[in-house]
Write a protein that binds this ligand. Structure first.
Ligand code: ZN
Length: 393
């Protein structure tokens, strides 16, 4: 267990208390958490949030976690190891799914008035046909505990691999044999498929992300226990974010992508949004610090420049540039591992002169010469901006 700031514990224990007040959750015999078996697995549990085809949290998803039968998780580990050798991490969207969630899907499918997520998830399919076409069913293989929805992420950058269509995009473009995507995207789908099939999974022809263990342990049982974290585990989410940031930093440092710095962003629900690391060397980009990369990735994933409510974990105290970026992103909570003086004393990276420059009124010309020029020509940009803002209302 990592050492944690006391104030963080207080904030987070509220969540733990709220969760345990409902009922203490224990994982049923025969089931495991994917991240216990595959620590490098990324999770983006779409049915726990609102970025899914229903646009709302799905019944039975009480925590952003992924559960599988022990057999399916062991097989998934085999696939993840194959993929890791090729430079990929797996990202899981869904795994075991309770029957009550499937029932929720069914109720939604019958309500033809509710089409708020049509554009993003089933633009070319009539909602009334989702059932008939096999996208929604009364029973789901996920409920038997040995089916998983996943994609690939480049280990070096933390970015998702382009599969030609997003998770749960219901339509022909997501079929394995579609000609609606390009050869590179089909090749990417096949990298995932080859590893999953080698590990004993069967692909679903209509969804490139959906795999079922061929030799599943409960072929006839549809479970209905909730997707939840054991109370003890909720306390460890904070540690998990830091541990993943450390792992990511180590991995890219060893590939000479950048310095030994990693960062993770978790959202208000306690979901790890993304993990990123320093890529200054590979990208020839002096601004590609772990925190900046994490902020850029989180913005892309969440579709907003405003990361209010998110927390940032970083393996070392942020430099002035990253501190400013964190504030621009409206992140109000930062947790760091190494201190600024550790960075300076052990590695020789020096941020202190930047702070001294700012504190000294930015007058030290040996650090930076900064002067005014062309104000008259630049000011009209502001006037025009103000005019445009007025016209918006
Ligand atoms: Zn920085």
């Amino acid at each position: 267990m990592l050492k944690r700031r006391v104030s963080m514990l207080i904030v987070f224990s509220a969540l733990v208390v709220a969760a345990s007040a409902a009922s203490a959750f224990t994982l049923p015999e025969g089931f495991v958490y994917i991240t216990d078996v595959i620590p490098t697995a990324l999770l983006e549990i779409r049915y726990y949030g609102e970025n899914n085809f229903m646009g709302t949290r799905v019944d039975g998803y009480e925590a952003p976690t992924a559960i599988l039968t022990a057999e399916a998780a062991a097989a998934l580990k085999v696939a993840a190891d194959i993929l890791a050798e090729q430079g990929y991490q797996i990202k899981v969207f869904d795994a075991y799914r309770p029957q009550r969630a499937v029932n929720h899907f069914m109720r939604w499918a019958q309500d033809l008035d509710d089409q708020k997520m049509k554009e993003a998830f089933y633009p070319d399919v009539d909602k009334s046909l989702l059932f008939e076409l096999g996208y929604i069913a009364e029973k789901s293989g996920h409920t038997r505990g040995s089916t998983v929805d996943l994609t690939l992420v480049y280990m070096a950058t933390g970015e998702e691999v382009d599969m030609g269509s997003g998770f749960d995009l219901l339509g022909e473009i997501s079929h394995h044999d579609t000609d609606l995507v390009g050869p590179a995207q089909l090749a990417n789908r096949n990298i995932l498929r080859a590893a999953m099939e080698a590990a004993g999974f069967i692909a679903y022809p209509k969804e490139w992300w959906h795999y079922t263990l061929a030799d599943e342990p409960y072929p006839d049982t549809y479970f209905d226990f909730e997707v939840n974290m054991e109370t003890k585990r909720k306390e460890n989410v904070l540690d998990e974010a830091m541990l993943r940031a450390i792992e990511q930093a180590r991995s890219t440092m060893r590939q000479d992508v950048g310095g030994p710095f990693g960062a993770a962003i978790i959202n208000a629900d306690g979901n790890i949004v993304c993990v990123a690391s320093n890529s200054v060397l590979r990208d020839h980009d002096p601004t590609a610090h772990g925190e900046i990369n994490a902020i850029r990735l989180a913005g892309k994933l969440l579709g907003t420049h405003d990361l209010s409510g998110c927390w940032l974990y970083t393996t070392a105290y942020p430099c002035p540039m990253c501190l400013a970026a964190i504030m621009w992103a409206n992140i109000k909570t930062v947790v760091y591992g190494c201190r600024a003086q550790d960075t300076e004393e052990i590695v020789g990276f020096r941020d202190a002169f930047m702070y001294r420059f700012i504190e000294g009124g930015m007058k030290d010309t040996s650090v930076l010469e900064i002067s005014e020029y062309g104000r008259e020509e630049c000011l009209p940009l502001f006037w025009e901006y103000v005019e445009r803002q007025k016209q918006m209302y």
